[in-house]
Ligand binder design. Structure first.
Ligand SMILES: [Zn+2]
Length: 86
């Protein structure tokens, strides 16, 4: 049986993403841009603890908070030591 969410397929997508991001940042550095303070962070905000949607219900049943519904899912790029941030 074929699964579109098989681990190997997932690993491949992650590898492509890493290569693309690294290439873009390397290219910018080659152009002389200083990116030494640049940081990347993954962030996810899950539904409220009392939420009863299908995803949260399943997560509760399986006792796995990672399966809860997401209100936000993305990446944040920031500069380390920047006090003006946040
Ligand atoms: Zn929910």
């Amino acid at each position: 049986m074929l699964s579109f969410r098989s681990p190997s397929n997932n690993e491949r997508i992650l590898a492509i993403a890493i290569r693309k991001i690294e290439k873009m940042l390397k290219d910018m550095q080659r152009e002389g841009k200083d990116l030494s303070r640049l940081k990347l962070k993954k962030f996810q905000k899950t539904h409220h603890i009392d939420c009863n949607c299908k995803l949260c219900e399943e997560a509760k049943k399986k006792n796995d908070p990672h399966m809860r519904g997401l209100t936000e899912d993305g990446f944040k790029v920031y500069v380390s030591g920047d006090k003006k941030d946040v």
